[in-house]
Design a protein around this ligand. Structure first.
Ligand code: EPZ
Length: 417
């Protein structure tokens, strides 16, 4: 199946259950190799990024069993081998194997990670962090070897509060000798989820979720069972869809506090939400007004919901302004959105002005990246007529059973060849 076809304009009603967070699961699974015994991670989303990580673990002779959304990992027979390009290129988060293999074997040999085309996506802060812990980093073309006789705790200041660098350095430091402090650390909820998993195994991490994280090195990490937190970006994507087409549409199994920035912006536009402890019910109303959005690191408005918000803003009366401050190329979904009838102007690829209300018409469009693909899917759901989306592997990387979840609440959407 390589395309999604949607007949737009159908009201959506019922319940959508949110899966575990992709950006947590893709860090938890590599971290599992630090455990010297068998370990289980529950509520793992069924997405192709997890399949790619499973391939890398099997390549390293790690036993991994997936039973629905439970993943059991045993690395007692693990081999530390060079991770080939075709595996590490499959997803950005393969870089977490750098921190994990460095902590476990003091030796890493792999290629640069892959990922979407939303920006250059350097990993200099990760590598600088490993060097501060005493590792030697050698890069040749897109091949990296990282090695250390001993990893020693140190104070590491991140120039940018990078999610990946924060998690990767935290993983690398858990078995280092002495104490590591990460200053100007990222504060995303996924970082807390990983820190709690490592602490469940016996690590000594405090401060995760703040801008300063302390890791006191330990010798051994023992078995642990840990749950992936709900995916705030998947939940936000469905909240946006509910704001446009919901009739008593319930977005279920969520952590409200992780969605504050989006909830407040949707309410500012006029969306009515019935917010309970772990779900939200939305009924679409007729008039939404234009708003301004600026993406920031957590707890600011998440960059990963910027693209899904664009279709919503085409239905808001007035001119909305969207400023993307994290990634340099995260407006790739705009041309196809304009092709469907939107009125959008982009300034130096960092600011977009969306003039609403513009009706959208179904067209042949493509997913340019994961969240851009989600954005086109939302356009298709509200457009008049049929929309066909190609390159949908991007979407299936990060949204667990998105077609089935939408079909169950009344969307006319299907996978086609
Ligand atoms: C994570 O990417 C997420 N991916 C991204 O989600 C998300 O957009 C991003 O965090 C920001 O929230 C995963 O968790 C797998 P960063 P990451 O390091 O860790 C610069 C999605 O849609 N930077 O926080 O790669 C970087 O260029 C994906 O699910 C450096 O300069 O993001 C960017 O401008 C897309 N050097 C900024 O920092 C580095 O060494 C933030 O990047 C690292 C990052």
């Amino acid at each position: 199946m390589s395309k999604i076809q949607i007949e737009g304009g159908h009201k959506l009603t019922g319940t959508i259950n949110i899966s575990g967070a992709k950006n947590s699961a893709v860090a938890l699974i590599p971290s599992a190799i630090l455990c010297d015994e068998q370990t289980t991670i529950t509520n793992v989303p069924n997405i192709s990024d997890v399949d790619s990580l499973e391939e890398i673990l099997k390549y390293l002779n790690v036993s991994i069993k997936r039973d629905n959304d439970n993943v059991t990992i045993d690395c007692s027979k693990m081999e530390n081998k060079s991770i080939p390009n075709e595996l590490s290129q499959k997803l950005r988060a393969s870089y977490y194997f750098m921190g994990a293999l460095l902590a476990k074997f003091h030796k890493v040999d792999m290629h640069f990670p892959g990922g979407c085309s939303i920006g250059k996506r350097p990993i200099d802060l990760h590598l600088k962090g490993f060097e501060k812990l005493g590792a030697k980093v050698e890069e040749k073309d897109d091949h990296i070897t990282i090695s250390a006789n001993e990893l020693k705790g140190n104070k590491i200041y991140l120039d940018i509060p990078s999610v990946g660098a924060t998690i990767n350095i935290m993983i690398a430091a858990v078995k280092a000798t002495g104490t590591t402090i990460i200053e100007n650390a990222a504060q995303e909820p996924e970082i807390v989820n990983v820190a709690m998993y490592l602490n469940n195994m016996g690590a000594q991490i405090t401060g995760a979720g703040s801008n300063s994280i302390k890791i006191i090195g330990v010798k051994k990490l023992t078995k642990a069972i840990h749950e992936v937190i709900p995916d705030r970006i998947e939940a936000g994507t469905y909240l946006i869809i509910a704001s446009l087409l919901g009739e008593n549409l319930k977005i279920n199994k969520i952590i409200i506090s992780h969605l504050e920035p989006l909830i407040s912006k949707l309410q500012e536009a006029g969306v009515k939400m019935d917010i309970k402890d772990d779900y939200i019910i939305v009924n679409k109303v007729e008039k939404y007004k234009a708003i301004n959005i600026k993406t920031l690191v957590y707890p600011g408005f998440p960059t990963d919901l910027q693209q899904p918000m664009i279709p919503f803003l085409t239905q808001c009366r007035g001119i909305s302004k969207v400023e993307e401050t994290i990634w340099e190329n995260r407006f790739q979904n705009i041309p196809d959105t304009i092709k469907m009838g939107a009125d959008i102007k982009v300034e130096n690829n960092r600011i977009a002005y969306i003039k609403g209300i513009t009706p959208l018409t179904g067209k042949e469009v493509k997913a340019t990246d994961l969240r851009g693909g989600a954005s086109m899917l939302i356009c298709g759901l509200i457009a008049k007529g049929n929309t066909t989306i190609s390159n949908i592997n991007y979407i299936l990387r990060g949204y667990d059973k998105i077609v089935e979840k939408l079909q169950q609440v009344g969307a006319k959407i299907e996978l086609i060849d």
